[in-house]
Design a protein around this ligand. Structure first.
Ligand SMILES: [Zn+2]
Length: 406
């Protein structure tokens, strides 16, 4: 299984400038192609790649960018276009490839075979030019803060919002030597695994995941609690900043503070999601993990005419939670790869009406989000809302059509 290790690198100011230059040129090429495609040009990755020479003639600075990085731009756009075609074919929302904005670092992908100069903690990232004159930027020499994995396949260079640079190494888990990677399965004790065990999870805002097992046990995984606090802080900083004159010293300072705080929030949240998904995929004994399909979910509050300021505020908070902060989509992706890694089976099934239905008598009623307890008028069941829907997901999984292996 392919894994990725992201390592922070230290570069000199001059090398940082070279990286910025190359990513800006790659982004320019990408955006130029997006513009062409938007105005109706046909996409063929090989034909597009053949135009690179002409592009280099047009913009001589492109020659100062390492050629393999420019080639990767076409493959990256090809990936975006293929995904677009697939979505159109499947009748989903098309999502045409977008322009890459200037404030975002355009990730640079080096295939490993051109990076044979990794010695110890030093990696040499080549730059372009030099064939018809002096190189504008010499090859970049970066210091890795951690040892890189052996036999890596590809290295992607990225930057975070605060200006730190990182190398992400893609490598195969099975090709690692035992002595080089001491933290592999050797030390890890085999965890108890119930081959027939099933655990079903309902994902939500208040509790990140509520689980129900075939033995009738509940799991409650709380998730990240700091959204309120961080959003309040961020709002405060932003409103302070917006009162300043643009580009003034105070404005720039508050921008930096804003970036720092939002990075911290994101890190804490990601950490929390990683831990929760590791708990489900790695620690729990049940072999089959079932979660509801999120794509059906409608949790966004629609804007209404004549809403009070309080309602408006509430809608903004909720929708921000759903769109940005929640991270449930990322959580399901983490679960997918972690289950694969730990030899668990992940099932994603439709969760339609699982919250509305009483798990005892199958009576249905509307459940607005603020109602946390399910009270059934039909049979008198009183139960936590998430517990009830976890049971429903579990039962739907058992009743699913198709070949049963257990
Ligand atoms: Zn009932």
């Amino acid at each position: 299984m392919l894994l990725c290790k992201k390592i922070k690198i230290e570069v000199s100011p001059q090398d940082a400038e070279a990286l910025e230059f190359m990513q800006a040129k790659c982004r320019g090429l990408y955006n130029w192609w997006v513009l062409r495609l938007k105005s109706g040009a046909r996409w063929n990755v090989y034909e597009a790649k053949r135009t690179l020479q002409a592009s280099k003639q047009y913009d001589l600075e492109l020659q100062q960018v390492y050629g393999k990085l420019l080639a990767e731009v076409y493959f990256r756009l090809d990936g975006a276009m293929q995904a677009f075609f697939r979505r159109v074919k499947a009748g989903e929302k098309p999502g045409f490839p977008r322009f890459k904005p200037r404030h975002q670092f355009f990730t640079l992908c080096y295939p490993a075979m051109y990076l044979n100069k990794v010695t110890g903690h030093t990696i040499v990232l080549p730059t372009g030019g030099g064939r018809w004159g002096p190189k504008r930027y010499p090859d970049i020499v970066a210091h890795l803060t951690e040892p890189p994995p052996a036999n890596f396949k590809e290295v992607a260079v990225s930057r975070d919002a605060r200006g730190n640079y990182y190398c992400s190494f893609v490598y195969d888990e099975t090709e690692q030597h035992q002595d080089e990677m001491p933290r592999t399965d050797k030390k890890r004790k085999p965890r108890p695994l119930r081959a027939n065990g099933i655990v079903a999870f309902d994902l939500g805002i208040k509790t990140l995941a509520t689980g129900y097992t075939d033995q009738g046990r509940f799991y409650h995984i709380g998730g990240f609690k700091g959204y309120r606090y961080y959003n309040k802080q961020l709002d405060k900083i932003r409103s302070k900043r917006d009162k300043c004159k643009k580009k003034s010293r105070r404005y720039l300072h508050l921008s930096r503070v804003y970036k720092r705080v939002s990075e911290r929030k994101r890190r804490k949240q990601q950490d929390c999601l990683h831990k929760a998904s590791h708990l489900i995929a790695g620690t729990l004994a049940e072999r089959a993990v079932v979660v509801g399909d999120l794509s059906q979910r409608q949790m966004v509050i629609k804007k209404q005419e004549s809403e009070t300021p309080k309602e408006r505020r509430k809608r903004q908070i909720r929708n921000r939670l759903v769109y940005n902060d929640w991270g449930l989509y990322g959580f399901v992706q983490m679960l997918t790869y972690k289950c694969l890694r730990f030899g668990k089976e992940l099932f994603i099934i439709s969760e339609r009406d699982t919250t509305k239905t009483c798990h005892v008598c199958k009576h249905k009623k509307d459940m607005p989000l603020r109602v946390r307890t399910y009270r059934c008028e039909n049979c008198g069941l009183v139960m936590d809302r998430d517990d009830n829907s976890a049971i429903n997901i579990y039962e739907r999984f058992l009743a699913r059509p198709g070949p049963h292996t257990r």
